[in-house]
Design a protein. Structure first.
Length: 322
């Protein structure tokens, strides 16, 4: 009798629990239906436009042309990769790509410094004015900015007018026609366009720092620069590490839009980077398999750099993407 009284309620509980939990889950899912639909649409977009086209990567290993389908094109193996590595343009294309990308990587600390100093501005009106001025170029396309730069840097542009007025040059300089100025123009214009926008994420990370930490530092006698060095920078270290990993993985990206707008036949020796070379050989010359092989070569290097930077960051400061 006692055993029956003990086991019967336990059996009833086991039958009642699963349906109850399932109803709660379905009810919660239904209450979030609008958010779920938005998320599913985003996932569907990503699959259709990012993952489905990856099937076309196989043309890098085939002799593809527009007459035949991808499946009908004959296999070429690694011939296109070998051709690129032995191409006479390979040397200076890689030199330009790495040169521009590494110089851009050296400007990585600039948004951090800008965010640190902007955070120290006490006048809210002045701070908002600086933010607006620094963010504005980001919202202009490189087509617009390229036209502005071409006008400023022309023989009769404002840059030459100022330099000649200050007696720094004797005659106008055609900056975009001289390869030795191209890298400087690219790096400077990229900083001008993206400095303020790149600082946003650092400013967001800074706002999450507890004011009590600054208060404790002030009590210990720390000045404003010491607070930046010993409080702000350590607090945003994880954010800096993640963004640096992403910057290293994109070291072969030279900003195709910027290069396409600023380059010309006269500065080709300094402006022909991998992105433009892929565009030229693929679109202009119709060598689709060859350009796909170059793009895949670049992607493999980017993934390798991402993994290396991720592991180094994990060992140095216990921060990583995965």
């Amino acid at each position: 009798m006692e055993m029956q009284q003990i086991t019967k309620p336990a059996a009833m509980t086991q039958k009642e629990t699963p349906p109850s939990e399932r109803r709660k889950w379905l009810k919660k899912l239904y209450s979030q239906r609008h958010v779920q639909i938005m998320a599913l649409l985003g996932i569907a977009w990503m699959i259709i436009f990012n993952y489905v086209p990856m099937y076309g990567i196989i043309i890098a290993f085939k002799d593809y042309d527009i007459i035949r389908t991808i499946s009908e094109a004959p296999w070429a193996g690694l011939e296109h990769f070998k051709e690129f590595l032995s191409d006479e343009n390979f040397g200076y294309v890689m030199k330009n790509t790495l040169g521009i990308s590494l110089l851009k990587l050296l400007t990585f600390p600039l948004p951090i410094m800008f965010a640190l100093f902007l955070n120290e501005v006490r006048s809210l009106r002045f701070k908002k004015a600086i933010q607006t001025i620094s963010y504005l170029p980001h919202f202009l396309s490189w087509v617009v900015l390229g036209g502005i730069l071409a006008t400023w840097l022309s023989d009769v542009g404002i840059i030459n007018e100022i330099l000649m007025a200050l007696n720094l040059v004797d005659q106008p300089i055609s900056y975009l026609a001289d390869p030795k100025y191209f890298w400087t123009i690219v790096i400077t214009s990229d900083v001008w366009k993206e400095l303020g926008w790149s600082a946003i994420i650092y400013l967001a990370a800074i706002t999450s720092i507890s004011p009590e930490m600054y208060e404790a530092a002030r009590i210990d006698g720390a000045g404003r620069f010491q607070q930046m060095w010993y409080v702000t920078l350590p607090a945003i270290k994880a954010t800096i590490s993640i963004l640096f990993i992403l910057a290293v993985s994109g070291v072969l990206n030279s900003n195709f839009d910027q290069i396409l707008v600023l380059r010309n036949a006269l500065n080709d020796s300094a402006s022909n980077v991998i992105d433009y070379y892929v565009y030229y050989t693929g679109i202009s010359s119709g060598r689709y398999s060859y350009s796909a092989a170059i793009g895949l070569f670049k992607s493999v290097i980017a993934i390798t750099l991402l993994l290396i930077a991720n592991q180094v960051s994990k060992k140095l400061n216990d921060t990583s993407l995965f």
